[in-house]
Design a protein around this ligand. Structure first.
Ligand SMILES: Nc1ncnc2c1ncn2[C@@H]1O[C@H](COP(=O)(O)OP(=O)(O)OP(=O)(O)O)[C@@H](O)[C@H]1O
Length: 248
C-alpha cells in the first residue's frame, strides 16, 4: 500500500490579479522523490513556498502525515526548503554548518560528531570538513547545504532547482549523489526542475506544471507516453543529438 506523507489538495494562489497556481493536487509517498517539471514562471517555486509555509495559499489544503498544516508556521512544519543558492553560515566551517541543526536540538556531543562525520563521508566532503564556505566550490557548498538539511531528518525535503548553477559534469555527479543520499536517509522529497532528464532521473513519481496547472502521472511510463508532456519528442531529440555526436 502507498504510504502518503504529503497530500496537497486543490491549492490555488494569485498575486494581485495574476493567477499563479490553479487547483494543484498531488500526493508524495514515503521515502520517494516526487519530481515536478515545469518551465520558468510556471509556478513551481510558489508551490514549494506554500508547502514550506513561506507563502499562504488562497484556497486548498495541505496534509502532512494526515494533519492539516496550513495554520502551522514554517519553522514548526518539519519541512526543509532548499533552493539553488542555499545560504551557509559564513562564520562556521563545513562541519559546524552541518552540525548546526543537531546543536540546536541539544543532541549529545558524541552523537553529533558521529552523525556529522557520517554525513561528511556520505557527501564526499572529508577533505573539506574544516573549510569555511568562501573556500568551497559551488558544488561543494550545495553538498554542505544538502547535508545540513538532511541531518535533521525532516519529514519532507523540498528541493528547488538545486543544481541549476552547476556545470554539466558536476550537475550529473550531484544528481546521483543526491538521489543516493535521499534513498539512504529515507527522506520524502519534492524535487522541482525545468530539465526533463533530471526530473526522470530524480523522480519516482512525476508531475508537470504548466501555467500554474499541475498534471500528475501514476508512473514514469505514463508520463513518457502522454502526448501532452512532449517527453517522447524531447527524448528523440536527445537520442538524435547523441547519434550525430558518435559520427564525429
Ligand atoms: N511575491 C510575488 N509577488 C508577485 N508575483 C509573484 C511573486 N512570486 C512569484 N510571482 C509570480 O508568479 C509566477 C510564478 O513564479 P514562480 O517563481 O513560482 O515560477 P517558477 O516556475 O518557480 O519559475 P522559475 O523556474 O523561473 O523559478 C511568476 O509570474 C512570478 O512573477
Amino acid at each position: 500500500m502507498n504510504d502518503i506523507v504529503l497530500d496537497i489538495q486543490n491549492i490555488s494562489k494569485a498575486f494581485q490579479k495574476e493567477k499563479v497556481i490553479t487547483e494543484a493536487s498531488f500526493k508524495a509517498s514515503r521515502n520517494a522523490v516526487f519530481s515536478i517539471l515545469g518551465k520558468s514562471g510556471s509556478g513551481k517555486t510558489t508551490l514549494l513556498k506554500i508547502i514550506s509555509g513561506l507563502e499562504q495559499q488562497d484556497s486548498g489544503s495541505l496534509f502532512l502525515e494526515h494533519e492539516e498544516i496550513s495554520a502551522i508556521p514554517a519553522h514548526k512544519r518539519n519541512i526543509v526548503y532548499l533552493y539553488q543558492d542555499a545560504l551557509l553560515f559564513p562564520h562556521l566551517d563545513v562541519f559546524e554548518n552541518i552540525a548546526f541543526g543537531l546543536r540546536l536540538r541539544k543532541i549529545p556531543k558524541k552523537d553529533i560528531v558521529k552523525q556529522v562525520n557520517k554525513m561528511i563521508f556520505d557527501l564526499q566532503l572529508e577533505e573539506h570538513s574544516h573549510k569555511m564556505p568562501t573556500q568551497l566550490s559551488g558544488g561543494q557548498r550545495q553538498r554542505v547545504a544538502f547535508g545540513r538539511a538532511l541531518i535533521i531528518k525532516p519529514k519532507v525535503l523540498l528541493l528547488d532547482e538545486p543544481f541549476g548553477a552547476l556545470d554539466v559534469d558536476t550537475r550529473k555527479q550531484m544528481q546521483q549523489l543526491c538521489k543516493q543520499t535521499i534513498l539512504n536517509y529515507k527522506i520524502t522529497t519534492v524535487f522541482v526542475t525545468h530539465d526533463l532528464k533530471e526530473a526522470l532521473l530524480m523522480g519516482d513519481q512525476i508531475g508537470k506544471m504548466e501555467n500554474g496547472v499541475l498534471k500528475t502521472f501514476i508512473n514514469q511510463s505514463e508520463f513518457l507516453n502522454d502526448p501532452t508532456t512532449g517527453a517522447k519528442e524531447e527524448i528523440e531529440f536527445w537520442k538524435n543529438i547523441y547519434k550525430n555526436e558518435e559520427r564525429f
